[in-house]
Design a protein around this ligand. Structure first.
Ligand code: AMP
Length: 215
């Protein structure tokens, strides 16, 4: 697949599986638009928009935000896109996956879901010490990232929902609500599974190799 093709990718994966890192890099290399719904919600919360105020209690508890808040945000963004795009963190429920297919119409046949598989122990290790840019949502490890974002110079800070207790809740939500999407996309032959436990560069290469076989 090259940037000349308009493709539509969604990244599925548990918290700290690398959806943001891989999704952003792939979007950059293909010149596709990128939307991370977690970053969008955290930005909306800081701006205290209506959606941000409604989403806050769910993020604070490590719960998924209800579909009636998520869908308008994502559908507004999709309406503004012209070429290929990558969604990181949407869909997360079967209802969201079905709504996305409805929104896309015929184009939904070109959708590819990328499942990043990482064992729980490795996710727990990653979640401690993860920092995120307050401005552009770039994510790095505490010890390497420093105080300022290397992409935009914004302030790097730990994510409020990255403590172990909330990680456990977010992981449970993932297993119960998002894991069924792997079957959903597998059944319609739109699934790529990637071992997300390797180093980011290796994951990136594996993903690129698998995407190259798509057409
Ligand atoms: P992420 O940055 O992708 O890990 O998302 C952080 C949090 O945002 C999740 O734990 C959810 O509370 C919320 N969130 C992000 N995307 C969705 C979605 N598609 N549906 C429901 N909640 C979401």
């Amino acid at each position: 697949m090259s940037s000349a093709d308009s493709a539509y990718l969604v990244f599925l994966g548990p918290p700290a599986s690398g959806k943001g890192t891989q999704g952003r890099r792939l979007a950059e290399s293909l010149a596709f638009s990128y939307l991370g719904t977690g970053g969008l919600l955290r930005g909306a919360m800081r701006e205290k928009s209506d959606a941000g105020r409604r989403a806050r209690p769910y993020l604070e508890k490590g719960r998924y935000v209800p579909d009636d808040i998520m869908l308008p945000l994502v559908s507004d963004w999709l309406d503004r896109q012209q070429g290929g795009w990558i969604l990181d963190g949407f869909p997360r429920t079967l209802a969201q996956a079905e709504d996305l297919d409805d929104l896309m119409g015929d184009k939904s046949q070109k959708l590819i879901a990328v499942s990043l598989d990482v064992p729980e122990e490795e996710l727990r290790r990653r979640v401690g010490g993860r920092v995120e840019c307050r401005s552009c949502h770039w994510v790095g490890r505490d010890e390497e990232a420093g105080d300022s974002c290397r992409k935009c110079g914004g302030k790097m800070a730990p994510r409020a929902d990255d403590d172990l207790d909330r990680f456990k809740k977010r992981y449970r939500e993932f297993r119960e609500l998002t894991l069924p999407l792997v079957d959903y996309y597998q059944q319609s032959a739109r699934l790529l599974s990637v071992d997300g436990s390797a180093e980011p560069a290796k994951v990136r290469q594996d993903l690129a190799d698998q995407l190259a076989t798509q057409r």
